[in-house]
Design a protein around this ligand. Structure first.
Ligand SMILES: Nc1ncnc2c1ncn2[C@@H]1O[C@H](COP(=O)(O)OP(=O)(O)OP(=O)(O)O)[C@@H](O)[C@H]1O
Ligand SMILES: [Mg+2]
Length: 312
């Protein structure tokens, strides 16, 4: 395998905060690499180091064969970035923002108009080409930023929370396009998101917590690693049910969230047929399913990803 990004021993300290604590990973060409983690895990800090925006405290990064410390210009030509925060010039029009980017990236003059039209069509903003960005909605700004990130045909596209704040329809539309880009152009995607259905489309997912990568695998393998079934159980007295369950068995994990017990067990058949009928409190609802990426996230970080949403 030929990694397009290699990260070794990467660290970042801010005064007393160890934001990134020495991480190693590779991203393969053409894959969608997902980065998951609660607020403050170090995702943006890592991305910003890979993209040459901030300098690491120590460690090394190569991207598209270039060294991030000594070949910054080459690295920047190889990547497109959709930052977590809006970085458009609001006083300029959509066209002017894109034209600035073309100049900055030295897109050949003869190509500029065509590419601007091409990327605006992708995000459905052709009609707003002459409109000032400060008149755009949040979703329109996000779409314009994605268009801008694609203008110089990068090898790797970094998307830090690309769809946060967008309505479900716009999100779906963007993902369709992003997937098409990956298929047709072979662009490698490096993405952070709090939406687990988005992380689900990743070829591989790294789970980051408190500056370290604590798991890295395909979504399927992560779920398999967790194993067993998830039983979602509500009873008339969950506390009592919990006591009785732990007396009779040792589930892999058991947590309560909003009136429902989430029980992971390797033997759901035995649980349902033998244990459940012996419970004193009446069962009010029961559901059995395979573990999801959210369960994986919960088991590794002790937090549900939905509880970490709405970030800054
Ligand atoms: N410029 C900075 N100065 C000081 N501390 C910082 C700075 N940037 C980030 N940090 C700290 O580094 C840690 C990692 O922050 P980072 O923004 O990388 O997290 P994140 O995983 O992107 O979180 P989120 O999901 O909220 O975007 C946090 O503790 C944060 O407070
Ligand atoms: Mg972040």
């Amino acid at each position: 395998m030929n990694p397009i990004i290699s990260v070794r021993g990467l660290r970042k300290n801010y005064k007393k905060t160890e934001a990134v604590k020495g991480i190693d990973f590779d991203v393969e060409e053409g894959e969608i690499f997902g980065f998951l983690g609660p607020n403050g895990a170090g995702k943006s800090t890592t991305i910003n180091m890979i993209c040459t925006m901030i300098n690491p405290t120590s460690g090394s990064i190569t991207i598209n064969g270039y060294d991030v410390a000594s070949q910054k210009a080459r690295v920047r030509e190889s990547i497109g970035i959709i930052f977590q925060e809006n970085t458009l010039d609001e006083k300029l029009t959509a066209y002017e923002n894109l034209m600035l980017h073309c100049r900055f990236y030295r897109v050949p003059k003869s190509e500029r108009q065509r590419r601007i039209e091409e990327v605006l069509e992708i995000v459905d903003l052709q009609a707003e080409i002459k409109q000032r960005v400060d008149t755009f909605s949040g979703g329109m700004k996000r779409r314009l930023e994605i268009a801008r990130g694609l203008l110089h045909y990068p090898k790797v596209l970094f998307l830090d929370e690309p769809t946060v704040g967008l309505d479900p329809q716009t999100r779906a539309h963007l993902w369709e396009y992003i997937l098409r880009l990956k298929e047709e152009q072979g662009i490698t995607m490096f993405l952070t998101t709090h939406y687990l259905d988005e992380a689900e489309i990743s070829s591989r997912v790294a789970i980051m917590d408190a500056g370290s990568i604590i798991a890295l695998d395909t979504p399927d393998a992560l779920k398999r690693q967790l194993g067993g079934d998830m039983i979602e159980l509500a009873t008339e007295d969950n506390a009592l049910a919990q006591q009785e369950i732990t007396k009779q068995s040792t589930p892999e994990s058991m947590t309560e969230h909003e009136g429902t017990l989430f029980i992971r067990t390797d033997d759901s058949n035995r649980f349902i047929s033998q244990l459940l009928p012996t419970l004193t409190p009446a069962v009010t609802s029961l559901n059995i399913r395979r573990p999801t990426l959210n369960d994986v996230f919960l088991s590794f970080t002790g937090r549900s990803i939905s509880a970490t949403k709405g970030d800054g």
